[in-house]
Ligand binder design. Structure first.
Ligand SMILES: Nc1ncnc2c1ncn2[C@@H]1O[C@H](COP(=O)(O)OP(=O)(O)OP(=O)(O)O)[C@@H](O)[C@H]1O
Ligand SMILES: [Mg+2]
Length: 315
């Protein structure tokens, strides 16, 4: 029996420190030139592998359901999952394993170019349902055929009494609440950023409106600004620390998975929010989406050193 099975993508992230400056929220590359990149780093990424490693390090028995190719990148990913004690429940196909090229500007905002490849190709018929013995599913963003599979797994979960945590990306939320309703109506915890929250809920009080779509607990992050959680009775608010990190890729995955890990472990919402903030900040401090995801003990220690203030009000 797993504590959590994550459903989400796997990619190899290539981080290129371009040295190019941002201008008016754009990072421009002159056509017809060569740019000597200052630095290159690569590591595994994608919502599925990032969050499963996060859950595993936080002490949960974790499996990952995803789709990869048969290329060398797929081997790199499987090796890492094994090292991190994450069980692979997915499958392989002829398409390439996904990759992301992350073009970092001098100001540390970035443009991400992603080839989804195998990630979009998970068919429900190839999921081994009898292996999905778990208390929770964590759904990262899935596209194409894999989204259809996610919808069917949401239905499967509701029949089996498996709780769902859902962290869609803007690719999904821009399609609107109607397109996601089969997942949302079975979701226990919904985590998204403010932009995504507004896309799904339209104008008005997005916390209340999002909750009406199905989820019991709604969490809305907003980069370095205030994070809020609403559970139908109380609104909790936390402020991230003001600091300049190295690279923000993986912040959202670290945050959402840690919040959900706390909820799975039955911790108070205050502590869940604090640890999620601490773990996402730890990831922002370094290059790489899993770098450095903390263990439960290390996260508690870091939180004691650098407290996160959470307020609670009736809402
Ligand atoms: N610049 C920052 N400074 C401090 N904390 C940050 C910063 N950016 C993100 N975080 C932390 O990470 C959490 C999630 O970040 P954010 O709201 O950017 O998610 P996201 O847009 O879903 O990210 P992603 O693109 O990784 O999916 C925030 O709630 C905050 O705790
Ligand atoms: Mg996100």
């Amino acid at each position: 029996m797993f504590d959590v099975i994550t459903l989400g993508s796997a990619v190899i992230d290539f981080f290129l420190a371009t040295g190019v400056h941002e201008r008016r929220h754009e990072i421009c590359y002159p056509a017809g030139t060569k740019i000597a990149v200052k630095d290159l780093r690569y590591s595994t990424g994608g919502g599925g592998t990032n969050t499963s490693v996060s859950f595993s390090r936080l002490g949960l028995k974790t499996a990952w359901l995803g789709k990869i190719g048969t290329d060398v990148n797929s081997e790199v990913i499987l090796k890492e999952m094994k090292k991190e004690k994450v069980t692979f429940l997915g499958s392989k196909c002829e398409d390439k394993t996904g990759i992301s090229v992350i073009l970092d500007s001098e100001e540390h905002e970035r443009t991400v170019l992603t080839y989804k490849g195998a990630n979009d190709d998970m068919k429900f018929s190839e999921v081994k349902l009898n292996k999905l013995k778990t208390k929770w599913f964590y759904f990262a963003s899935m596209m194409g055929e894999s989204f259809k599979t996610q919808e069917k797994l949401a239905e499967f979960a509701s029949k089996k009494g498996i709780k769902i945590a859902y962290n869609p990306s803007s690719y999904q939320t821009k399609q609107g609440a109607e397109a996601l309703k089969n997942v949302l109506k079975n979701t226990e915890v919904l985590i998204l950023n403010k932009e995504e929250a507004q896309m799904l809920s339209g104008s008005g009080d997005f916390l209340k409106k999002l909750r009406e779509l199905g989820p019991n607990i709604v969490c809305v992050t907003n980069g370095k600004e205030e994070t809020v959680v609403y559970d139908g009775k109380h609104k909790y608010s936390a402020n991230p620390h003001d600091f300049t990190g190295k690279e923000r890729t993986g912040a959202g995955d670290a945050f959402a998975s840690t919040l959900v890990a706390g909820i799975i472990k039955g911790e108070s919402m205050e502590l869940c929010l604090q640890l999620a903030t601490t773990n996402s900040e730890s990831v922002i401090k370094y290059y790489g989406a899993k770098n450095i995801l903390l263990t439960w003990k290390a996260a508690l220690k870091e939180l004691r050193k650098n407290p996160v203030k959470v307020t609670k009000e009736v809402y």
